[in-house]
Design a protein around this ligand. Structure first.
Ligand code: F6P
Length: 327
């Protein structure tokens, strides 16, 4: 028998489509087991500010299809301090929260890991970020939807690029993670992809563009991850234009539109499975782990490990493939 009587659930860091489907699964699975649920608003900030709401099955009605997060989210600096965490602990205990489900990315898990150790409170993390940069899950919640949004944009850009024989630099999100850039570069038929994890020099890029020109391509699309070391799409475009002015060049920054929108069916199912598993595993005594999906099975990975290995998802052979498929 679990001693847990009240779970606190929160979303934190950058929002991601599917977070609501996940909150819904957490709330309903807990209620099913007669465990009370408190929604903590704005992540760690809400713990410090005492922004709590009582949740029941109806609090999450009609939310499975909604983008964003009904619990709101924030990046909280105060929680990084010992004093901030002490205040947070006092506040959550004052409303009877004795276990936590944290939905977010690496910043969220870093906070959860420290907090859980300091105060010995059980916590389970659920990977919710469009970046797909956590070890221990093949996919994070929101990644699939963000990819679909980006592909839709690239297809539209391709139409106008081909009509005008233009070269487009499209910047996608990913300060430290090239997952969206690589995946959407492949799916969008990009001629080159620039990633934070792998430096591509401007001369190397120009070689590729020369080949596209020689191959008589009518449009060329280069995907630039926001965290690429050349400094983002505007910088790359400027430096390329200085040496290679064959094409009329344009830049599109997709920005935060990648974070919004109704979650894909994949993200809704992933979010539901992970939310359900998180509560069941919490009640079974697991703590300081992230639940993830590996080879279509739910697996637990320690938060420490989930945070430690960043580069596992960028298979070198996928990059090689893009060079071949772009000829
Ligand atoms: O963590 C997801 C992410 O979308 C990153 O890819 C991006 O660099 C960052 O969030 C942007 O965060 P903010 O919304 O705080 O500008």
């Amino acid at each position: 028998m679990s001693k847990i009587k009240r779970i606190g659930v929160f979303t934190s860091g950058g929002d991601a489509p599917g977070m609501n489907a996940c909150v819904r699964a957490v709330v309903r699975t807990a209620i099913y087991h007669d465990i009370a649920v408190t929604g903590i608003l704005q992540g760690y900030q809400g713990m410090i500010d005492q922004s709590f709401i009582e949740m029941n099955s109806r609090s999450v009605s009609n939310t499975i299809q909604m983008g964003g997060t009904i619990l709101k989210t924030a990046r909280c600096l105060e929680f990084r301090t010992k004093e901030g965490r002490a205040k947070a602990y006092e506040n959550i205990r004052s409303v009877g929260i004795d276990a936590l489900v944290a939905i977010g990315g690496d910043g969220t898990f870093t906070g959860a890991e420290v907090f859980s150790r300091e105060y010995d409170i059980p916590v389970i993390g659920i990977p919710g970020t469009i970046d797909n940069d956590l070890y221990g899950t093949d996919y994070t919640i929101g990644y699939d939807t963000a990819n679909n949004t980006v592909i839709d944009a690239i297809d539209k850009i391709r139409d106008t690029a081909a009509s005008h024989d233009r070269l487009f630099f499209v910047e996608v999100m990913g300060r430290d993670s090239g997952c969206i850039a690589l995946n959407c570069g492949i799916a969008g038929g990009a001629e080159a992809i620039l990633l934070p994890e792998k430096e591509t020099g401007i001369d190397e890029l120009i070689d590729k563009l020369e080949r596209a020109k020689e191959g008589k391509k009518s449009s060329t699309i280069v995907i630039v991850a926001e965290g690429d070391k050349n400094g983002g799409a505007y910088n790359v475009a400027k430096r390329v234009e200085e040496k290679f002015d064959f094409y009329d060049t344009k830049v599109t920054i997709l920005g935060h539109l990648q974070r919004g929108g109704s979650p894909s069916s994949f993200d809704r199912v992933l979010a539901s499975r992970l939310g359900y598993a998180a509560v069941n595993r919490l009640l079974a005594g697991e703590t300081r782990v992230m639940v993830g999906l590996r080879n279509n099975e739910i697996e637990s990975t320690s938060l420490e490990e989930a945070l430690s290995n960043k580069e596992f998802k960028l298979a070198e052979d996928m990059l090689e493939m893009t060079n071949v498929l772009a000829i």
